[in-house]
Design a protein around this ligand. Sequence first.
Ligand SMILES: *[C@@H]1O[C@H](CO)[C@@H](O)[C@H](O)[C@H]1NC(C)=O
Ligand SMILES: *[C@@H]1O[C@H](CO)[C@@H](O)[C@H](O)[C@H]1NC(C)=O
Length: 506
Amino acid sequence: MFFCYTTSTTILFLLLLFLLVSAGWCEKSPHRLVKSTPVHLDKSYGKLYKHNQCHYMLKHLQDGEQISVQMPPDIAGHWVSESCEVRPGPEFLTRSYHFFSNHTFQALQFYYRDNHCTKPSYTLLIEGSLHPRQASWLVRGGTETDYQLSRVLLVSYSLPVTKDLQVKLEMSCGLTEHLQPDLSYELWVEGSDRDCTHGLDFSMQELQLLRMERRFRPSETERHAEELFVGDVHTERTQRRNHRPTGYQPPLQNIKTYDNSCIACQIVSVADLYHPPVLPSRTDHPPRLYGNWVSKRCEVRPGVLFLTRHFVFHKDSNIWEGHYYHYSDPVCRHPTFSISAKGQYSPGVPSTTVMGGTEYTFTVTQMKVTPMDVATTSLLNVFSGDECGKHGSWKLGVQQDVTPTSGCAALGIRLPHTEYELFYMGQDSAGHRLLFNGQRPTNGSSPDQPHKRATSYQPPLIHCSSGQKSVGKEGDHYFRLGNGCNTQPQYLVYPLILVQLVFCVI
Ligand SMILES: *[C@@H]1O[C@H](CO)[C@@H](O)[C@H](O)[C@H]1NC(C)=O
Ligand SMILES: *[C@@H]1O[C@H](CO)[C@@H](O)[C@H](O)[C@H]1NC(C)=O
């Protein structure tokens, strides 16, 4: 979570190197199944994984389940949210998307007044068509698609919400109808000049990027879970309509394969425009951070960054550690570098902006970096000067403390570093504790000022226990940088395309 690249040239160089060395970049061939052949983390990281449930869980991400990715994906079917989702703003919603084999779709987005999705406010029904095009150049493992909308309908469910929408729509599109609860209104239809979707900052740009994963669970050889990822939503509402996705939203579950424990899946799958899903209500508890938390899956960050994370919050003190393991591929098999950061955090304060959220301030005062592949090792040696560890001394797999050089200029990290964070503590359907922290600004900046604090979340970390007091020693090893923020996407696109072309032609 904690770092953002700040220099675009650095990033570009990094990316170029990553891309050039990452085999399989041209996995473009149609209908190809990209299967993961796990590389054992314990092999890459030495003895780090011994006797530690957290490390076991991270490793399990690689070889416990087999993930296959279809490119381009066959997404025909019915897909639903597995929980109440939070979009920047914040907006609380659940989604129910139907994709038909004739390339048309019907997407329902149910919006709510509360963070547990128990009080529906309004729903959008979006219809259109969708054509997968090619492997994404921006996000490895994703498929780019073209979409056209044909119609957007709105239904609201209570008088206060309806009045509120009436005001917004009158201002944005000169709506003349008098809205009423439980009746549907056409916000936009193909061929019409009037577009009332503006008033809601509505956008379906998310359909430009898709990824479908099939997870084969060793315990259930007959059943595989199918998950559909669609593109992310810009963290600035005003940018949404122009945003080209570079990451994903939480996955949607196929209604044929979701786990029976997913109550939300069941409720959302039977809902319709006039009967919005009402999820079970829950009580929010302030986060209890103490302990160890690890990624549930290989995470994708805007740009071409893939990582897993491991956080440690010490007991009875306000010290935290973050271990970021970075990879060059979308199933986190090829490590590129790892970062271990350490610092302090402030006591949590309930957020007044995001219902259910808690605000923290984090500082990073110590940092160690381990290059895990040849490209990153060379990069660090080329760049270092006296700005990133000892000049020219980086060796593959060998960790260096970069605290004495105030961080690592090559990686865009300066110490001490402060970030304004948003946390939320939830539960998965099996009752495991989940920890969510704030989404990074899509424009690649760091939330280093209070007004940049997130209003939505990154993928959750799951609680685990560590045999040791501190994972610092073992965790120190791997991985990568931060969490994933990146620089201005427009600077990234052209070099990426260039690299892609060069690499693929050869
Ligand atoms: C596509 O298929 C859906 C579901 O079978 C159907 O409702 C719709 O009318 C079809 N659209 C076109 C343009 O054929
Ligand atoms: C990036 O976004 C943040 C908030 O999300 C904003 O405060 C900042 O000005 C933006 N920076 C640029 C360079 O656009």
